[in-house]
Each structure stands twice: as structure tokens, then as C-alpha cells.
Unconditional design. Structure first.
Length: 523
């Protein structure tokens, strides 16, 4: 029963949090964003005391149930490990704890967080690792499927679905997500929970608490015959069946061992004091144990306790199926992207991102330092941005953390989606009124790119679309009122939304772009 309940809860949590990342409708975050907030590291960085206390209490009562139910990366590893177990049964064995690796990775993670090296911390954070895989590898598949349904619905005169862009927002982050899937997937395929009990900093922190958990899997030495079946089915490799010992710091309370034991020697409950087998058999209170254990039938020869199914090329192809399908579909979607045309007459050249001295960080981040120390690069804000403005940074120190760019849209003053979904408070919750008055950057005009001067035609797009009226058009030559009009930026009114940069018709580089501010302010 324990295993079935755990698997049901894990399946529900894993499915819902995956939908949160791949959702293209922009609706699910209203009901599912709490699943990101109850992840251990985001709650810790956001100083969400209620969630942290609840997770600590959960661990002190049930052990590391968080790792096998709530953490999406842990559930993903269980799925991969279970797939391998269909081909090769009873494949695990007890192994000692790798303390040097566990605490070494934890120390490295803490130093990276304190120093603000977000790229290194993001590589080790389990929730962030899964978020990058879902956003960069699975979301393109989901979006492509949505576009197929949209095309079918359009032919039936239905607007139940609408087409969305499928594009790679950052090649470095895409490859990091692909490599992470290969490495973590290979570790899970080969050793079950190797990543959780060796690399994961959250697993290491929770292991300290799990040693003192109230409910644990314990071995009844009066019933155990040291067959080793529990040890060979423990994906955490924490059971030593010969010594009748369990390393509770690595046990994730999955219940697999309990389901495999044919003698009922494993029980999930309060730990009992150790009683030698001889004394237990002679004890009056345990007399029923002695009488029944003598009549236990020998293990059935039909059940396989040590055999291994052959593993051939088919299993190897299954092993890399998810990665290959994600990369192939994403590449195909990019290759088939339709060329944009102006009225069907001329191709429109794609815009190139501006070279900014200071990157633009989302409204609500307040400062670059605060953002770097709290953001784990989970990509949830990137996935949920309805305007296509956020994409992962390619800078070495802040790689995978979101930055803003305006080739595909601009940051609409009425949109606060990223602040609503950020689980670490790297982007603090803000209101629409706050955002409309928050200066995250300022517009900069590039004279040599401006259409009125290069092509001799009137434009004024930047001024017409500025939501704050920070741009006005003035003669390019002050002494000649009839000279071509060019934009003049009032930096004190500009909030850095990027509307001017997005609507500028100059190609491939806009004649006006937004320079970021390291410290945001209200104007």
C-alpha cells in the first residue's frame, strides 16, 4: 500500500509540474504555480518559512519522501530506472556512502550561491535541472503538437487552439539541458538514485534530517533469511541485507524493498530496538513469530531472484529515445519556420539582438546582485513569458538565468506573469501599477540606423508605440524645421519596456535599443 500511494502521488505531482513548464495557453500557472513554490531550494531562497518548516517536518516524520514524491527530477530518475528494470531485474547491490563527493558538491553549491555564480548553482539544483529539460527539450514537442491541433482546428473553423512559435531561445542552455538529460538519465539507468545520493545538494541536506526520521523501513531479523532480494531491488543502494542495516540518509522511502520481500521482514514504521534472532524466537510475546516462521515455504523457483534478462540494442535505443526525439523535433520545427513577409511582397530580415553594456533583468528583480543570488535558472519565467521577451543568458557567470531582449516582442506594462510564477523571489511579486512606474532600463537612439536618415522616409514608430510618452519626434537639424524628424528620448520617463526597440523597422539592428540598469527604481 505504501508503494502504491507513493507512486500515485508522485505521478500526479510530476505530471502537473511538467504541464506547468510546457503549457502554451498561459492559464495553468494560476492553479499550478504552487508546485514550484513547494520545491525545497526555491522555498529556501524565497525564505518561505511555512514551506521549509513543512518539508523539514515531513522529512523528520517520513524520511526523504520529498525526493520520491515532490521533486520532479527524482521522479524522472525513478521512471528511467524502472524502464531499465524491465530488462534487467534485481540489478542493484549495496554500496557505501560517498561522503567526500556528497559534501564536496554541497560545499561547491553553497559557495556558488553566496558568490552569486548563478550558472554553477543552476547546474546542481535538482528542480532547476528538470525545469531546463522540460522547457528546452519537452516544450518544443508540446508546442509542435499544439500547432498541429491548431492547423486542424482552423480547417474546421474552430479557434480552440492557436499556433505558437517554436524556437530555441538559447543554444548554450539547450545543449546544457540535453547533456544534463544524458548524464542524469545514464546515472539513473545504471544506478537508480546515484545522482540524488552523490551530487544533489538538496538530497544531501535532507539526508541529515532523514537519519532522525520517526518512521523508517526496518528489518525484522526474526523473519529475514538474508536472501538479499531487498538489497538487489533498492535503487538507493542503501540496504545491507547481510548485516541487516539500512542507511537512512540515502533511503528515499520508495517502498520497493517492502514489496519485494516475500517473508514480510520489512516494515515501514517506528524503529524497534534490536533483538537477536535467538532471543526473539524464545520470547513469549513473539511466540507467534517462531511458530509461523518454521512453516514458511521455500522461495518459489518460478520467481527470478538473481537472473537477468538480456539487454540488446533495443534497450540502448530506448535509453536515448527521449533526447533524440526532443532534439529532432526542435530542429525540424526550426527548419520549417515560415519566412516572414511584408504583405507577401518582400522578405523581412530578422532582427539581431542589441549589444548591451548592462543586461536587462525582469521588473521585480530590483537589482542585478539580488537577482544573481536568488535565481536558480529553472526557466519557469522563460516558459511562461507570453511576449517572448525572456530568454536564458549566455554570459558565463549568469548563464541560464533569464535576461530580456526585444526581437520578438516587448515587455507589456500590464503583464506581471514572471513575477507571479518565480518560486525563489528572484523576481518579487509586483502589481501592474508598480511595473508601469518601474525603470529597468532606458532607450538609446542610434543615429546611423534610423530610417528617416538612411532611407529619407518618415517613421516615428518608436514615439507612437511608447506607452509612457518618453519619446518625441524632433527635426534632425535644429535650424531646419523641415529636416527629417528623429526620436528624442526623455530618460526620466522611460521605463525600458522595449516597445520602441521591438517596433523599430530598421534591420537587422534597431535604430533604438534599451540599455539595462543594474539597480531598478520607481519613477
Amino acid at each position: 500500500m505504501l508503494k502504491k500511494v507513493r507512486q500515485t502521488l508522485a505521478a500526479v505531482a510530476f505530471t502537473l509540474i511538467t504541464l506547468l513548464f510546457v503549457d502554451v495557453s498561459g492559464l495553468l500557472h494560476r492553479w499550478l504555480s504552487w508546485l514550484a513554490e513547494i520545491q525545497f531550494l526555491p522555498a529556501l531562497l524565497a525564505v518561505n518559512v511555512g514551506v521549509v518548516v513543512a518539508l523539514v517536518a515531513l522529512t523528520l516524520i517520513f524520511g526523504r519522501i520529498y525526493c520520491s514524491v515532490i521533486c520532479p527530477l527524482g521522479v524522472m530518475q525513478d521512471l528511467i530506472s524502472r524502464l531499465h528494470s524491465r530488462f534487467k531485474r534485481n540489478r542493484f547491490s549495496h554500496s557505501p556512502e560517498r561522503k567526500a563527493l556528497r559534501y564536496g558538491f554541497l560545499a561547491l553549491f553553497v559557495v556558488a550561491l553566496v558568490a552569486g555564480v548563478g550558472s554553477l548553482a543552476a547546474l546542481l539544483a535538482p528542480y532547476s535541472s528538470y525545469g531546463r529539460m522540460a522547457e528546452n527539450l519537452l516544450r518544443p514537442l508540446w508546442a509542435a503538437g499544439n500547432n498541429v491541433l491548431a492547423a486542424m482546428a482552423e480547417r474546421a473553423d474552430s479557434y480552440a487552439f492557436y499556433s505558437v512559435d517554436v524556437w530555441v531561445k538559447s543554444l548554450p542552455t539547450f545543449f546544457i539541458a540535453a547533456v544534463s538529460l544524458v548524464v542524469i538519465g545514464w546515472l539513473a539507468w545504471r544506478g537508480g538514485r546515484t545522482y540524488c545520493n552523490t551530487v544533489c545538494p538538496v538530497g544531501t541536506v535532507l539526508s541529515w534530517l532523514a537519519r532522525f526520521s520517526w518512521l523508517k523501513v526496518r528489518i525484522d531479523t526474526g523473519k529475514c533469511n538474508s536472501c538479499g532480494l531487498c538489497e538487489r531491488n533498492c535503487k538507493a543502494s542503501c540496504i545491507d541485507s547481510k548485516a541487516h542495516k539500512i542507511d537512512y540518509s540515502r533511503c528515499v522511502a520508495c517502498g520497493d524493498c517492502i514489496g519485494k520481500c516475500r517473508r514480510g521482514a520489512l516494515i515501514f514504521g517506528r524503529p524497534a530496538p534490536y533483538i537477536p534472532r535467538g532471543e526473539r524466537a524464545a520470547s513469549p510475546s513473539d511466540g507467534h513469530t517462531a511458530s509461523t516462521s518454521a512453516g514458511v515455504a521455500a522461495p518459489s523457483p518460478v520467481e527470478n531472484t538473481g537472473g537477468e534478462a538480456p539487454v540488446g540494442k533495443a534497450s540502448l535505443s530506448r535509453r536515448s529515445f527521449l533526447l533524440g526525439a526532443a532534439m529532432a523535433t526542435t530542429a525540424a520545427a526550426l527548419a520549417q519556420e515560415k519566412k516572414k513577409v511584408d504583405g507577401g511582397l518582400a522578405a523581412i530580415e530578422d532582427k539581431q539582438p542589441a549589444e548591451r553594456a548592462t543586461p536587462i533583468i525582469p521588473p521585480g528583480a530590483y537589482s542585478a546582485q539580488h537577482f544573481a543570488q536568488h535565481c536558480t535558472g529553472c526557466q519557469l519565467c522563460v516558459a511562461q513569458c507570453p511576449n517572448g521577451v525572456l530568454r536564458p543568458s549566455t554570459s558565463l557567470l549568469t548563464m541560464m538565468q533569464p535576461v530580456m531582449s526585444f526581437e520578438r516582442g516587448f515587455c507589456r506594462p500590464e503583464c506581471t506573469r514572471c513575477s507571479e510564477v518565480c518560486p525563489t523571489d528572484a523576481i518579487n511579486p509586483i502589481t501592474r501599477a508598480d511595473k508601469s512606474a518601474m525603470q529597468i532600463g532606458h532607450a538609446v537612439w542610434i543615429r546611423k540606423n534610423c530610417v528617416p536618415l538612411t532611407d529619407g522616409v518618415d517613421c516615428g514608430n518608436c514615439a507612437r508605440h511608447c506607452p509612457t510618452g518618453a519619446i518625441t519626434m524632433a527635426p534632425s537639424v535644429a535650424a531646419d524645421p523641415k529636416s527629417p524628424k528623429v526620436p528624442v528620448v526623455n530618460e526620466s520617463r522611460c521605463i525600458g519596456c522595449g516597445s520602441c526597440e521591438y517596433h523599430c523597422p530598421a534591420r537587422p539592428f534597431s535604430a533604438i535599443y534599451v540599455e539595462g540598469h543594474e539597480l531598478h527604481r520607481i519613477i
